[in-house]
Design a protein around this ligand. Structure first.
Ligand code: NAP
Length: 326
């Protein structure tokens, strides 16, 4: 059942994260202010009893599952057990509690890494489980596939309105800029920013992982939040007519080579750093472009051009540095 009025309660799990914070901004802007929000310290969703008690007490009508252990290639490679165990626990606890307490619609956030490493490009929802995964983040991907399958299984057995969105690579305000655990785009912004030198000194060279040839698609987090609201408000019949398996890719529908992305970020940051590539480091999947025709059929497309999104993210990063140093 879809979201119809502002006095319906919406639980946004992971509301402080890149996605969760954007979803909260979007819902509030649309007049939805009956939001249930808990930090991990207040409610650790790996704890089944605590999660059940929370749902019993508050009985949210709608749920957005944006809570997860998330990270780049290095973090996945270093903490595989945490990535698969934490995400499996969060998904199972939330989806089971949501079913038991009669949640009207649950939107689970999967990821484009659920698709096979050599899936045909662009990747369609039907490509799920048609080939081997990218090894560098398979632990996280297997947990995300389990989340998608949990939603499908609960819908098949109990007829509940639980579905999954598969966002492409996201970036935006509130992103993680830690060079050990971040994704490529925030890492580029920080590296070029930190390589800047006072004139007349030339900016320091910036070294990037891999060869620069992989192609990636990037979606601004506020656009994804807009897609989450759009889906929450979609009549059930229409939604499952377009997505009978309860899966919807969310992306821009176009990608960019990492070396072109690096040049664009350098321009936005106002740097003239020489760019070097460390080809001893992994490139990851050669290309990851989403087929977004289902969301287009429903009537949704991304609005923020990449340059504008990077400019707004860099502005947020500069503000956060000022706040930190204040
Ligand atoms: N970032 C991307 O490029 C991307 C791309 C595709 C899909 N996604 C999906 O989008 C979702 C959100 O990702 P994100 O980028 O927003 O991640 P994020 O910025 O790391 O945020 C994750 C959120 O989850 C919360 N959380 C983590 N473990 C928890 C636990 N045990 N109990 C309760 N809360 C917990 C964190 O709480 P604290 O704030 O308290 O730490 C944080 O608010 C994930 O499902 C991810 O798979 C992300």
């Amino acid at each position: 059942m879809h979201l119809t009025s502002p006095d319906q309660t919406i639980y946004v799990a992971g509301h402080r994260g890149l996605v969760g914070s954007a979803v909260v901004r979007r819902l509030r802007a649309a007049g939805y202010d009956r939001l249930l929000l808990r930090t991990r310290q207040e409610l650790d969703l790996r704890n089944q009893a605590a999660t059940e008690a929370f749902f019993d007490e508050h009985r949210p009508a709608f749920v957005v599952v944006a809570a997860a252990r998330v990270g780049g290639i290095l973090a996945n490679d270093t903490y595989p057990a945490d990535f698969i165990a934490d995400n499996l626990a969060i998904e199972l606890n939330v989806i089971q509690a949501a079913y038991r307490t009669g949640v009207r619609r649950l939107v689970f956030l999967g990821s484009s890494c659920i698709y096979p490493k050599h899936a045909p490009q662009p990747m369609r929802e039907e490509h799920l489980l048609t080939g081997p995964l990218e090894p560098t983040n398979e632990w996280y991907a297997v947990a995300k596939i389990a989340g998608v399958k949990l939603c499908q299984a609960f819908r098949k057995q109990h007829g509940v309105d639980f579905l999954s969105l598969m966002p492409t690579n996201l970036y935006g305000p509130g992103d993680n800029f830690d060079l050990q655990t971040s994704h490529v785009l925030p890492a580029l912004i920080r590296k070029f920013h930190e390589a800047r030198r006072e004139d007349p000194l030339p900016d320091e060279p910036v070294t990037l992982w891999g060869t620069g040839t992989p192609r990636r698609e990037f979606l601004y987090s506020d656009d994804l939040a807009d897609a989450v609201l759009f889906v929450l408000e979609q009549p059930e019949e229409r939604l499952y007519e377009v997505a009978p398996d309860g899966m919807l890719n969310v992306g821009v529908g176009e990608d960019i080579a990492i070396r072109d992305l690096a040049a664009l970020v350098r321009e936005v940051v106002g740097s003239n750093s020489p760019i070097q590539y460390d080809a001893t480091r992994p490139d990851g999947t050669p290309r990851k472009l989403m087929d977004v025709s289902r969301m287009r059929t429903l009537g949704w497309t991304a609005r923020t051009p990449l340059r504008q999104g990077i400019e707004q993210t860099y502005a947020w990063y500069l503000r956060s540095l000022r706040t930190q140093s204040a």
